[in-house]
Design a protein around this ligand. Sequence first.
Ligand SMILES: C[S@@+](CC[C@H](N)C(=O)[O-])C[C@H]1O[C@@H](n2cnc3c(N)ncnc32)[C@H](O)[C@@H]1O
Length: 294
Amino acid sequence: MSGAAPRTWQLLPLLEETSRFFAARNLENPRLQAELLLADVLALRRLDLYLRFDQLLSPAQVDAYREHVRQRLRGVPLQYITGKAGFRNLNLSVDPAVLIPRPETEILVEVALEYLQGVEAPQVLDVGCGSGAIALALAQECPAARVKATDLSSAALARARANARELELADRVGFCCGDLLDPFRPAGQFHLIASNPPYVRRGDLEGLEAQVRDHEPHLALDGGEDGLDFYRRLAGLAGPFLAPEGLLVLEVGAGQADEVAALLEQSGCFAPASIRPDLAGIPRVVSAARRAEA
Ligand SMILES: C[S@@+](CC[C@H](N)C(=O)[O-])C[C@H]1O[C@@H](n2cnc3c(N)ncnc32)[C@H](O)[C@@H]1O
């Protein structure tokens, strides 16, 4: 006797069942997550699902979707499952070697672009580029810019390079592996240096949300004992790599902005810093110009 035929699924009931399942497990935005995972399996845009609610799915599609759902229930971030993350106008590919770009970082790009408007043929550096989010957004939105990007992780750089090729920006964005500004010693001359460095206090790493702690690279998160290691180092190092009055622009963690602004000022290289809040009102981006005489 043959076994029972597998249940066939139409798109809408499968989405509804999955979002109920996600809701019962307290996942945020359960319907949205169910849709994004299914859109990925079917290689559709999410909104296109709405035109196909009665489409019948093949057993292979249902199996692939169930595998996505299982991974999500194990806590794998949605972007690592689909391999994609949106950042400003870009669709980046991501994997567990790179931090998933965050909306807060879009504010850093905004501050940088405002400054670059006034600079002819700007030379730009992104330190700790991860997926390439900052470097590639700046190259895309400021077509006159030539951009360099560095990271200590060669796996992250491989992903960033692939993104640059995919977005057809590789001719204006170059990548180097190394510790902070080391690849440019003895000195570069950038109009703008941007960085979203690791800034989580070491003692807080264990208490991070599980999907961050267990899946995102610790190299991208660990900011040392007080979370400020990278700011201290950049405040001491970045001045000579900037053109006179060039701008250093840094993303900071909640509660770090004043300390980072003070570090920059104490270095003697920078004019007083400006601080820009994110959309939640948290001071998020600290920027300071190199003193002309420094
Ligand atoms: C918070 S992530 C930011 C990634 C990306 N810029 C973004 O905003 O999505 C910090 C990045 O710094 C890199 N990193 C950590 N230590 C570094 C070092 N000493 N020198 C250069 N990059 C470093 C990590 O590998 C990681 O990609």
